[in-house]
Design a protein around this ligand. Structure first.
Ligand code: NAP
Length: 646
């Protein structure tokens, strides 16, 4: 795979183009047409897209179906002329041109500050603007310098690629026998991404032929495998190699990394810097329900699915109803004789009709034949599903009277729409209606994506949604507080991950022998989610407070982090420093700011259970601000934030 798939020239007839346009996502196609023709007059006022409504017209346009019809006719003429002219693309747009496109999206200027991100996202100059603009060869050609990267999932592959671009030596240690991280571990039936793939993919490795809007796990695993090859990093991965300990040597100013190798031996490898790319959701959490070990049948966690255990015709108990269960329950419900689903807290669910749908042939044709169409589509998702629509609706209005149910007027509006969407699905099942509508504010927990499959599954005669609390597990099944035994042949735990135990079970020992987990004392914190005082040249990807609840894709964050980490390494190499250590005052002030930010978001104030809080009650996972703010903060390293070790 080349990094981004090349665009094919248009040879289709007018009729074929018209047919493709019937499936087109027009609000994001028009800017692409303006860009390839250099003609801003295509972006007419009457064809303005709706970028902020929670419930926009299905056409995506403020002007509804009539605007969509006009846009389609306009696009047909433009594409036919583009084809007839030999598919010659106008010169790359300058800033003024892009600014005009953003003003068409949002005349109130709300998107204008995103201009630099748009330039990067669109790679308008056809360069990967997030790549390091330096090389070790220029900065410190003689200096031996190597980086140990822990993990070959989405983030590990990315930082490895950036290091390779900068000519910095690295080795990736991966405990599994293949790349992919979470997409390798989670093989449960129905596993797929719930952020549309144009956005859940690397900005510089766009794929125009995703089969579905939201890819399944095998498709994603293949994407990351292809990326590992295309990035040229696969041969630098040591598979089945688990990092047990990373220990800083004060005297020699380098890290000693203890690795358990494929043959069970332990080996120590030295590195000048370490990047932890182990993720937040990699250690399964089994519930501490009494008697769990007594159960006589097979049982397993969703992220360690035991495909050797047949479920067909058997009684299956599923504990937990989070994002993972919501995906596998509808699949296994079809084969289990009886499926008892134990729910502690119901989820808000966002109706997304095309969640399991193929990308229509016409839309795929556009993405493969119209230059920059996929980039503008990605930007559309970035804006509408991110900072533009959801984030403002998760922000707490302190004057709002009933914070236990909604956190602001717009959150209440979202609550009402989501309640309606749930209730409409259970008009015939008042017993379920009582159980499935949450009582906490939307966005306090992750909002799940819903195309009806979850509730259809719950309505099946062989499926029972049990909301009584679990008392214990016995040899024969699950006993609820009312004393009822729910007999089961198999138990599946969809109980999530030890998300607040960052970087466990690995040990990390920094300056003066300080242990990272002791320093954190159950409350993981880092500067920008990346660096930690007393841990020089140690960097985290997807570290503390870099997760998002409603706005965006984790890959976006990882791209920001990778840029920041490589900027730090540039500083080390260019300045001839042995290492950088984050200043404690900078780190503490930053975390106070983040904590305050989280306390102004639904997930920070809500009392509902969520994996977004550590045991102390602090939100250790989430970034409470805009995607723009994270980009701004990580765009370059500020030398004054660091003490140098020389
Ligand atoms: P999760 O969201 O943490 O859900 C765990 C479930 O188990 C919750 O329903 C929880 O109830 C329940 N639970 C935990 N301990 C329990 C106990 N002792 N007794 C009874 N119930 C218990 O875990 P997940 O579903 O694996 O998802 C984790 C995250 O992974 C998601 O939020 C998402 O970020 C990511 N994910 C993404 C996708 C995707 O994009 N497709 C798919 C899967 C996962 P409470 O709600 O009451 O705590």
């Amino acid at each position: 795979m080349s990094l981004s798939q090349p665009i094919q020239p248009i040879t289709a007839s007018d009729d074929e183009i018209a047919q493709a346009l019937a499936d087109a996502h027009l609000p994001s196609l028009l800017p692409a047409l303006a860009q390839i023709t250099g003609d801003l007059s295509l972006l007419r006022d009457e064809l303005r897209p709706d970028t902020t409504s929670l419930l926009p017209d299905p056409s995506g346009f403020v002007g509804g179906a009539a605007a969509a019809e006009a846009a389609r006719a306009l696009a047909l003429g433009v594409l036919a002329r583009f084809r007839d002219g030999g598919c010659k693309v106008a010169p790359p747009p300058d800033r003024a041109f892009l600014r005009a496109i953003l003003a068409w999206f949002a005349p109130d200027g709300a998107i204008e500050p995103y201009l630099p991100i748009v330039e990067e996202e669109l790679s308008v100059s056809e360069r990967d603007l997030r790549a390091p603009g330096w090389s070790k060869q220029e900065l410190a050609p003689e200096r031996p310098f190597s980086v140990a990267v822990i993990g070959a999932g989405m983030s590990g592959l990315l930082i490895a690629y950036r290091l390779r671009q900068a000519g910095v030596d690295f080795t990736i240690f991966e405990k599994n026998d293949d790349v992919g991280g979470t997409w390798y571990d989670n093989t449960y039936p129905g596993c797929r991404v719930d952020v549309a793939n144009s956005f859940y993919s690397y900005s510089f490795a766009q794929k125009a032929d995703w089969p579905q809007h939201f890819s399944t796990q095998p498709v994603l695993l293949d994407y990351f495998r292809d990326c590992a090859e295309a990035f040229g990093v696969r041969e630098r991965i040591r598979f089945r190699s688990e990092v047990l300990l990373a220990e800083w040597d004060d005297e020699r100013a380098l890290w000693r990394v203890r690795v358990r190798t494929a043959d069970g031996r332990e080996e120590v490898v030295e590195a000048n810097a370490v990047v932890s790319a182990v993720g937040q959701l990699n250690v399964p959490k089994l519930p501490d329900i009494p008697g769990r070990e007594r159960f006589e049948g097979p049982s397993f966690h969703s992220a360690r699915w035991d495909h050797s255990v047949p479920l067909a015709g058997r009684r299956v108990a599923v504990i937990g109803t989070g994002a993972s269960s919501a995906q596998f329950v509808p699949v296994i419900a079809e084969e289990a004789a009886r499926l008892d689903v134990f729910q502690r807290t119901p989820n808000w669910m966002l109706p997304v009709e095309q969640y399991h749908a193929e990308i229509p042939a016409g839309q795929r044709w556009i993405l493969t034949h119209v230059p920059s169409a996929s980039h503008w589509h990605r930007f559309w998702l970035f804006w509408r599903l991110g900072d533009g629509m959801f984030l403002p609706r998760a922000r707490v209005d302190r004057s709002w009277p009933d914070l236990a149910h909604a956190v602001s007027a717009s959150n209440e509006e979202m609550r009402n729409l989501l309640t309606l969407a749930l209730k409409m699905q259970v008009l015939d099942r008042p017993d379920l209606a009582e159980k499935i509508v949450p009582d906490y504010p939307p966005a306090s927990k992750r909002i799940l994506v819903d195309n009806g499959a979850w509730i259809q599954a719950l309505k099946r005669p062989n499926v029972h949604l049990i909301t009584d609390a679990i008392r214990e597990i016995t040899e024969r099944g699950v006993v609820t507080k009312d004393g009822a035994l729910h007999e089961a042949d198999v138990i599946v735990y969809g109980t999530g991950f030890q998300a607040s135990k960052f970087l466990t079970p690995m040990r990390v020992v920094g300056r003066g022998g300080v242990d990272l987990h002791e320093q954190w004392a159950g409350n993981a914190r880092a500067y920008l989610g990346v660096t930690i005082p007393s841990f020089p040249n140690f960097f985290c990807m997807y570290g503390p407070n870099t997760n998002i609840v409603v706005n965006g894709s984790i890959i976006y964050f990882s791209e920001c982090e990778a840029r920041y980490i490589t900027s730090c390494l540039r500083l080390v190499l260019a300045g001839g420093h042995r290492a950088l250590d984050c200043r404690k005052d900078v780190h503490d002030a930053y975390n106070a700011w983040v904590d305050e930010g989280n306390l102004s978001m639904a997930w920070g104030v809500a009392k509902v259970n969520s994996w977004y809080k550590s045991e102390s009650g602090r939100v250790a996972q989430n970034w409470p601000f805009t995607l723009l703010e994270y980009w701004q903060k990580t765009r370059d390293v500020r030398p004054s934030d660091y003490e140098t070790i020389d």
